[in-house]
Unconditional design. Structure first.
Lengths: 347, 141
């Protein structure tokens, strides 16, 4: 079957055509039209700008990638969570096309998409997923920090989440405090590579909280206090602060993740979300997973940030499980759900 | 105008708690202060004062979050963060119009100083300033 997927929940407007047959996933088209250049001027995502850009890019993206004679079996679109103004553009485009051409529409949760980015980069997950369930998924991005137990396709339990700032947000805000620009993740990691993480003693909030929740707001504030004390900063200080900060973040994430692997007797660990691009985090998880003889999966960098390919794969497994499919007149009921919570806390 | 000097988070939380007990629906609370001043922490304490049990998380990325409330006539709390809104002046751009002055809603806006045209009616401004470590100056007007 051929699935055309659209993603427009935040920074990116993206389109994918997935050809899925049994255990074979082939991306026939995959384009991300990034808006990051525009957002850089503002130091973050500006929703109105985001929405206007989506409006300007989504039709040319469709025009360039699909012709009226092309056979498409399903349309898929991210309906939440995300920025309401941005979501609205993708959802409106997808449902208009689906309704006009009478193609069923699959409404996809953005977080589920992130989880399925792992299926794009790991063949064995596609072929032998059952072998790896239950899996422990750590989702880390600008808006989310969640530990999720994935029991099967579409069956999730939320183990813990941030009680204040998301990891990616903490990276962005620390970058802002250090005047390093946006987005904060790549630049802070890069500076951290040159730094010494033992120079600054930053806290590990909630590391011993006894649950699977996270807190990063206090860590950001600790960086602020460090800066206030220093007053003058040279380039080496910035490197060392970045290294200390990143080290604290990785230690917290690693600690909670590994604790959960024991408690829930998982058969694999997965990483997902924009912060999955962080090399130190990947290496640390890989190392710990190896000690426990657990397979560790992570998405390629191109699929860790927001993209439509992950949405198309999540749609495929929803279709196989007959979930979230709208057909004929019901297509018109598709609407953005900016607070869509996919994961149940208890089951 | 009220000014508080607080020596730790507990004391700052008490200021927020006390403020919460006097709030009415239809009001707008603006919060300003630098990165790390404790705006979200203040909102957490405010929400606790309103009897909200759900965890208040930073709305920086998603911009706007809503929480159910049962306190006097207040039915919902709308928590807005304008941190990423440099260059946006109009409250209608972020869909705030629907919530301001709604008789069942309390709106709290962080980084409100980035918005120019907020209504003055029913508005309480909270300024938080860090005086080093956990010491804060909170000015409520």
């Amino acid at each position: 079957m051929k699935i055309l997927a659209l993603e427009s929940s935040c920074d990116e407007t993206a389109l994918t055509i997935l050809n899925a047959q049994g255990n074979s996933l082939v991306l026939e088209k995959d384009q991300v039209y990034s808006q990051i250049d525009i957002h850089q001027q503002f130091g973050g995502v500006v929703p109105e700008v985001a929405a206007r850009q989506h409006a300007e890019t989504i039709i040319p993206l469709l025009d360039a990638n699909i012709k009226s004679e092309d056979q498409i079996d399903y349309l898929a679109v991210t309906t939440g969570p995300g920025l309401i103004t941005s979501l609205l553009l993708g959802v409106t485009a997808a449902k208009t096309l689906a309704y006009a051409r009478n193609i069923p529409l699959v409404t996809v949760n953005h977080m589920e998409g992130h989880i399925y980015s792992n299926w794009l980069s790991n063949d064995d997950l596609v072929k032998n997923a059952d072998k790896y369930f239950p899996s422990l998924v750590l989702i880390v991005s600008g808006g989310h920090t969640e530990l999720v137990l994935m029991k099967n396709h579409g069956d999730y339990q939320l183990l813990g989440a941030t009680v204040d700032d998301a990891v990616g947000e903490a990276f962005d805000k620390v970058a802002k405090l250090l005047d390093l620009g946006y987005p904060g993740g790549p630049i802070v990691s890069q500076r951290a590579n040159n730094g010494d993480c033992s120079i600054y003693d930053l806290p590990r909030p909630m590391i011993n909280s006894g649950d699977y929740n996270f807190s990063f707001s206090g860590l950001k504030t600790a960086v602020l206090y460090t800066l206030e004390k220093k007053k003058k900063l040279n380039s080496e200080d910035v490197d060392n602060i970045c290294a200390s900060f990143q080290n604290a973040v990785v230690e917290i994430l690693l600690n909670k993740t590994m604790k959960a692997t024991d408690e829930f007797a998982v058969k694999s660990i997965m990483l997902a979300g924009g912060v999955a691009a962080n090399q130190q985090l990947k290496e640390a998880l890989q190392q710990e997973a190896r000690k426990k003889d657990l397979p560790f999966f992570f998405p390629e960098v191109k699929y860790s940030g927001d993209n439509a390919a992950m949405i198309s794969v999540a749609a495929y497994y929803n279709i196989l499980n007959k979930k979230n499919i709208l057909a004929a007149k019901n297509i018109l009921a598709a609407s953005p759900q900016s607070n869509w919570r996919l994961f149940e806390t208890k089951k | 105008m009220q000014e508080f000097i607080t020596n730790n988070i507990k004391e700052t939380n008490k200021v927020a708690n006390d403020l919460a007990t006097n709030l009415e629906s239809g009001q707008l609370i603006t919060l300003s202060g630098n990165l790390g001043a404790g705006k979200t922490v203040f909102v957490k304490a405010l929400a606790a004062g309103l009897g909200i049990s759900e965890t208040i998380t930073s709305p920086t990325f998603v911009l706007m979050k809503s929480y159910k409330v049962e306190y006097k006539k207040i039915k919902q709390l709308i928590h807005v963060d304008c941190y990423r809104l440099d260059g946006i002046e109009d409250v209608s751009d972020i869909g705030l119009q629907d919530f301001l002055n709604d008789p069942q809603t309390l709106v709290v806006i962080e980084w409100a100083d980035k918005l120019d045209n907020l209504p003055k009616k029913n508005r309480i401004d909270v300024k938080i300033e860090s005086l080093g470590q956990d010491k804060r100056k909170v000015v409520i007007t």
